[in-house]
Design a protein around this ligand. Structure first.
Ligand code: ADP
Ligand code: MG
Length: 379
């Protein structure tokens, strides 16, 4: 689908920003370019839609040399998302989403339908269509930025650190949402990041760059297992210790399958009773089909007990979760990074399946340092 053949870029008076890059990307692949600042990621990406032209070598999209294409036409056929969201402040969300469609002369009614359809992909209601960017949160604006790139249904989408400016929790949920979306829509994605967590989570293959050259190009697992050299090792980070224990794979295998839960129709005093009985300071709130609604903790109860009597009145819905199939190494990083005490584990219907606590992670990291055999000797 996309092919680089010995591509180099020299800026005026500068060194080689991209140096003899050769790479082939399959249709439907999610490729992440990663590397330190200045290694040539953005330059590589911008050469694909001819915002920058190569000094040497050729780039092909579906076997057509992009230099034989009209650059404006080419750009309209490729989705593009950048870190600075770049929504137009004087345009409504509907107009922002359907900008490219308008350029492609799609009729107004069709554009409306398409914008509405796209909003539902990211769980935003149609009334957002009439709003202006400043009425949305940063995370919502970035969702719209992503939708805009999906609007014209281009098969190839370029994304340059699209989630870089977001807070960790919004970023995490958007990453997960986006990965699902990509699988469903079968897009080919070229994604630039400097965050290894992001690359490991999203990519089918990761291209690690340094000084304009490819250092390693492999699947996330292969890169973790066989880093090409010390630079890659360094870049992955020595704290990915969990990898050392290969029999542990998914969150489901290590979670506690019976977290303490409560339903919304219970009273706050029942909640306190339950906490006391199980010696926990937080309860997960579920409905009668075990779908996770959020959580309550002693602090929230203390703040709100004067104005509320039922759990459902005070439940905090903003809660970070992981799915059962998530790899343990990703979860560890998240828990440690965001500083959470625990993470609820859910299935694909958002039903509560278990809980991973900070304490349970200690064992895993510990085992991976000492090894199970040594543990028995010490113990
Ligand atoms: P990255 O996106 O990986 O941070 P870039 O592709 O932006 O890297 O930059 C690669 C190299 O090219 C850097 O050394 C940068 O300073 C240089 N560079 C980028 N854009 C220009 C430009 N317009 N003129 C001169 N040098 C540039
Ligand atoms: Mg860059």
């Amino acid at each position: 689908m996309l092919k680089f053949e010995h591509v180099s870029k020299m800026y005026k008076g500068g060194k080689r920003a991209v140096d003899d890059l050769t790479l082939e990307i399959e249709k439907g692949e999610f490729i992440c370019f990663i590397g330190p600042s200045g290694c040539g990621k953005t330059t590589t990406m911008k050469m694909i839609n001819r915002l920058i032209e190569p000094t040497e070598g050729s780039i092909y999209i579906n076997d057509v040399n992009i230099m034989d294409r009209d650059p404006v036409q080419l750009r309209r056929e490729i989705g593009y998302v950048i870190q600075q969201i770049g929504l137009f402040p004087h345009m409504t969300i509907q107009e922002n989403i359907s900008l490219v469609l308008k350029l492609l002369k799609v009729p107004e009614e069709k554009r409306r339908v398409r914008a509405k359809e796209l909003l539902t992909l990211v769980d935003l209601t149609p009334d957002y269509l009439e709003k202006y960017p400043h009425e949305l949160s940063g995370g919502q604006q970035q969702r719209i930025g992503v939708l805009r790139a999906l609007a014209a249904d281009q098969p190839l989408i370029l994304m340059d650190e699209p989630f870089g400016a977001l807070d960790p929790i919004t970023r995490d949920s958007l990453q997960e949402e986006f990965k699902k979306l990509q699988k469903k829509l079968e897009k080919t994605i070229v994604f630039v990041t400097h965050d290894m967590d992001e690359a490991l989570k999203l990519a089918d293959r990761i291209v690690i760059m340094r000084d304009g050259k490819i250092v390693q190009c492999d699947t996330p697992d292969e890169i973790l297992r066989n880093p090409a050299n010390e630079f890659v090792e360094e870049f992955i980070g020595k704290d990915r210790l969990v990898q050392a224990r290969p029999n542990i794979q998914t969150v489901e295998q290590i979670m506690n399958p019976s977290p303490i839960t409560i339903t919304g129709d219970r009273t706050l005093s029942e909640a306190i009773q339950l906490m006391k009985q199980h010696r926990v300071d937080s309860l997960l709130v579920v409905d009668d089909r075990k779908v996770l609604q959020g959580f309550i903790d002693v602090e929230i109860i203390d703040q709100k007990r004067k104005k509320a009597s039922l759990v459902r009145d005070i439940v905090e819905a903003e809660l970070f979760t992981v799915e059962k199939q998530t790899l343990v190494r990703d979860t560890v990083r998240k828990i440690l990074k965001i500083g959470m005490k625990y993470v609820p584990v859910v299935d694909d219907k958002h039903r509560l399946a278990g809980i991973v606590t900070r304490a349970s992670l200690v064992d895993i990291v510990y085992d991976s340092i000492w090894g199970v055999d040594d543990m028995t000797k010490i113990g």
